[in-house]
Ligand binder design. Structure first.
Ligand code: NDP
Length: 307
């Protein structure tokens, strides 16, 4: 018998798990029963110390693409593999969000909505989409989904990753030096990176200064990627035209934060890529089946590279 511990109050998870793993004993936190029986834990931000109390835990499945919330547990049993969520439907949602954000500015909706608020009719210029380049930071499952959708509209696509990659339709760059070369060509930058020591604070004043004047910043990675005060300064100076942000240094975004009422910033509440249990359950069920069959696990967090 396989025993799972689910730490989530979303009622859709147990339904989806029972459907895809009908033979499993599913325990829902805090009703964990005998801790020694639990083989697999499905968690997002578990209570610190919880995972260390499960002596026979074999794999931790993250209920998110990032694992940063799990790593915050000071008592995390470091020898147990953590599997990151990789759900094609979630990637699809993030790609929708990225298109929405780019097109919002590209088709002057930001300006047009401000004009509508004043009941002003003013036609906007027309841009030739292939003249516009989008830089996608992170060419993982999410970055590639974003790049593919935007390429479909005709935008030029630059991509950036840690290691060298070759992906059809993307002008691929890697490493800090090539980022610096790539940024002056990017009218839009979309951050789809995991949070690691190397990527924390990446989008700072030097980064923004490398973007062309009028550049636009979209962040769906993590709030820690962006130095918020540097963005405010670049907007104030008119070098950056605007930003569309889903993630923030502090979430929920605190009351009174300068972003809330900034005319050039769109704030969304970390909703770019929600996880739907009915689709995400497939990768967890497959992971458990693979592990039970002695097959290697996919999407395992690697502590050496930080994602
Ligand atoms: P992947 O692990 O599949 O891809 C990560 C990408 O980032 C890889 O291309 C990797 O390079 C690149 N990368 C990592 N470190 C560096 C670095 N130092 N320099 C350059 N590139 C780097 O992750 P996913 O695509 O699945 O997810 C990415 C992130 O998206 C998540 O970690 C999470 O933070 C965020 N996210 C946000 C959501 C939201 O709702 N806003 C929802 C889901 C995820 P390489 O190819 O060389 O390995």
């Amino acid at each position: 018998m396989t025993t799972l511990l689910l730490v989530s109050d979303d009622p859709a998870w147990p339904v989806a798990l029972e459907r895809h793993l009908p033979d499993a004993d599913i325990r829902i936190y805090p009703d964990i029963g005998e801790p020694g029986a639990i083989d697999y834990a499905l968690v997002w931000a578990p209570e610190p110390g919880l995972l260390a109390r499960l002596p026979n835990l074999k794999v931790i499945f993250s209920l998110a693409a990032g694992v940063d919330h799990i790593l915050r547990d000071p008592n995390l049993p470091r020898s147990i593999p953590i599997v990151r969520m990789s759900d094609p439907y979630q990637c699809n949602m993030l790609a929708e969000y990225a298109c929405l954000a780019v097109l919002y500015h590209h088709r002057f909706l930001d300006r047009t909505l401000a004009l509508q608020a004043r009941a002003e009719w003013e036609e906007q210029p027309v841009l030739y989409t292939p003249d516009i380049t989008v830089g996608v930071l992170g060419l993982g499952a999410i970055g590639q989904a974003i790049a593919a959708r935007l390429a479909g509209f005709g935008f030029g696509i630059n991509g950036w990753s840690r290691t060298a990659r070759q992906i059809a339709g993307i002008d691929c760059h890697h490493g800090p030096e090539q980022l610096s070369e790539m940024l002056p060509q990017c009218h839009y930058v979309i951050c789809a990176l995991p949070q690691t020591p190397e990527t924390t604070g990446l989008i700072d004043s030097a980064f923004l200064a490398r973007m062309p004047r009028g550049g636009y910043v979209i962040n769906v990675g993590r709030g820690a990627h962006l130095v918020e005060k540097d963005l405010l300064a670049a907007l104030e100076a008119g070098h950056i035209a605007g930003a569309f942000l889903d993630v923030f240094a502090q979430e929920p975004l605190p009351e009174g934060h300068a972003f809330w009422h900034h005319p050039k910033i769109v704030v969304t509440p970390h909703m770019a890529g929600e996880l739907l249990p009915r689709t995400a359950v497939r990768s967890i069920a497959q992971g458990i089946r693979d592990h039970r069959a002695g097959q290697p696990l996919a999407h395992v967090y690697d502590s050496a590279r930080g994602y």
